[in-house]
Design a protein around this ligand. Sequence first.
Ligand code: SF4
Length: 329
Amino acid sequence: MKVLNDWFLKHKRDLPWRKKRDPYATWIAEVMLQQTGVLVVIPYFERWMKALPDIHSLAAAPKETVLKLWEGLGYYSRARNLLKGAIYIVENFQGNIPSDRDLLQTIPGIGPYTSAAIATFSFGQKIAAVDANVARFISRFLALEDKSLFEQEATKLLPDKDPWIVAEAMIEMGATICRKKPDCLACPVQKSCLAFLQNRQYELPLPTKRAATTYLEKTVIIICFKDHFLLKNPEEKGVMADLWEFPTDIAYPECIRHNLPIQKHSFTRYSVTLTPYLIFPENINFLEQRGFSWYSIEQMKNLTFSAGHKRILNELENYLKNRLSQGIL
Ligand code: SF4
């Protein structure tokens, strides 16, 4: 795999987490990169490393700070697990991330992929970290259909000396050349790629069955009373844990209703359409306020919102600013 080694050293993208092979930086970057593209991750990663530069600062950080740094990346359980993981590392490993892959997998939130990535990229071990990019590349390069063999066969391709270079080269290949639509003409390993030789590059990897998407439609009611807005208190568990949202689908009295732009967003297997209305009721007698809290616009800026409701909050701010500038409010 010398050809991949050399290709990577020449063509690798300059990414901030590649500057030094620090296990903490690798861990944060790899968790951010799950489900999220490189370009989106870069500013989040830089902001995070500035605010929480090491395990100890993360372990000591309030959950609200961690979630705020994550706001917009989605799949917030990843951020909550990073915090849990850092506390676990401080309590069980004196704040040092272990190099052993089995020990790494005892840390909350660190599974087979992240443990392999830390072990190889930061500790130089000979283990292939198989993410979606490597799975696609290895399946095609070796014309492999059986997913359970990907890690084992990818690891066999790593050299004894500096195995991390080829391990990372495989990720880079999947991300930049052997993409869903492969650029075989630009590929450095085209001559030895079995899928290319067998003309199966569009057939591999074999598709996996996805859970059917569930479509949801919600009416979001933004209630403004005495310059404060009603928010639903966050749930403690589940995919929306610790995230703030405006109330949805609640009954409200006859009053003037202002439409804000409809927002669509997707998470896990859900595709949600949010239709927001802003209302200014004369009183709030109609409200059952248990489980809700009032916040001003300024206070809401410090809370972490779910993705769709964050966009609604931005639209609300713009709307109020415009109305103020027109002297309507
Ligand atoms: S030749 Fe094509 S299919 Fe094979 S590894 Fe290269 S880009 Fe992927």
